[in-house]
Design a protein around this ligand. Structure first.
Ligand code: NDP
Length: 311
């Protein structure tokens, strides 16, 4: 049985930042990269809002940089998945998909979240070429252009309001005749003259050419009528699914599936298990906030080990 002081699960900004801090604190972290090494940023294009890159950086390049920095301090970065965890007692017992058994004194969960998509072929085809799941990341590319946001929850409303600050017009494509979002958010949307809500509409197809998206064909679910809107950006905001299947029954989760943490910390319901990044974040979901909570998790893990004379 392999024994580790600090096991990090996940390789997005939270996981790698936790690794950098944990390695520098001599916790000899072992990091499992998971299903999508580098996380969600590896499927984005330019990242213009990560501090320290005045000219912006490509998402995959940013993740390579974070990985290199974690390796520089001798993080043991491993490909592969964690297939089972037992957090019922310490040291925690973890199994990997290649049959390895690990005993970990602390665990940092940084498994991230996956954006929900509509499931259209055209959505896949134009991903990164007009189709996005993050207005804060990509809205800037559509300044003074028309865009669409799909969804009627708080995220869709927030994205629509954000985009209305940059774009000439924002269509909100809502599949019912009401929004799911909180009243305050609804008010913000209703009072914004740049936002037009298309009630009872679903997306049939996203259309475009070699330059990317230039429109979307919508269907009115009440009348069956089709309508084409001319938009250069198409933002899907129909929720995220946190990657927490592995922790069902092991950690306390919110109704949304996100891991519950003690406010102001990354401490989960199990002492010695910390959660960082989108897996525990219902509100911000930014690379920089993920990195920030990764740093917090490593510092908290170090303090935990010191308090238990295990460092
Ligand atoms: P939600 O699950 O709240 O909303 C998803 C929205 O997408 C709903 O309007 C839903 O429609 C719609 N939708 C789902 N699937 C489809 C589909 N296939 N086609 C078209 N529309 C679809 O997700 P959010 O990401 O908005 O929010 C997640 C949680 O995070 C919520 O609890 C929210 O309150 C919270 N949050 C809070 C914020 C804040 O407080 N500032 C900001 C952002 C999120 P329908 O209503 O018909 O099901």
């Amino acid at each position: 049985m392999e024994k580790v002081k600090c096991l990090i699960i996940g390789s997005g900004p939270a996981g790698y930042t936790a690794a950098i801090y944990a390695a520098r604190a001599d916790l000899k972290p072992v990091l499992y990269e998971g299903m999508q090494p580098g996380g969600q940023l590896t499927i984005t294009t330019e990242v213009d809002n990560f501090p320290g890159y005045p000219e912006g950086v490509m998402g995959p390049a940013l993740m390579q940089d974070l990985r290199k920095q974690a390796l520089r301090f001798n993080t043991d970065v491993r490909p592969g998945l964690i297939s089972e965890v037992d957090f019922s007692k310490r040291p925690f017992h973890i199994k990997t998909d290649d049959g390895k058994d690990i005993e970990a004194l602390t665990v940092i969960v940084a498994t991230g979240a996956t954006a929900n998509w509509l499931g259209l072929d055209s959505e896949k085809k134009y991903n990164g070429q007009g189709v996005s799941a993050c207005a804060t990341c990509d809205g800037f590319f559509y300044r003074n252009q028309d865009v669409a946001v799909v969804g009627g929850g708080d995220t869709a409303c927030e994205e629509a309001c954000y985009l209305a600050g940059l774009c000439s017009k924002v269509y909100m494509v809502v599949r019912r005749d009401q929004l799911r979002a909180s009243k305050a958010m609804q008010e913000r949307v209703f009072s914004n003259p740049k936002i037009e809500i298309l009630w009872n509409h679903v997306t049939k197809e996203i259309v475009g050419d070699e330059d990317g998206v230039n429109g979307a064909v919508l269907t009115n679910v009440k009348t069956g009528e089709e309508k084409k809107i001319d938009v250069m950006g198409f933002f899907v905001a129909i929720g995220h699914t946190p990657n927490t299947k592995l922790f069902n029954g092991q950690l306390e989760l919110h109704e949304t599936g996100h891991i519950k943490t003690k406010p102001g910390t990354t401490q989960t319901s199990v002492e010695g298990v910390f959660a960082a990044g989108d897996v525990q974040d219902l509100h911000y979901r930014q690379a920089i906030t993920s990195a920030g909570t990764g740093c917090m998790a490593a510092i908290e893990a170090e303090r935990f080990l010191t308090d238990h004379n295990e460092k």
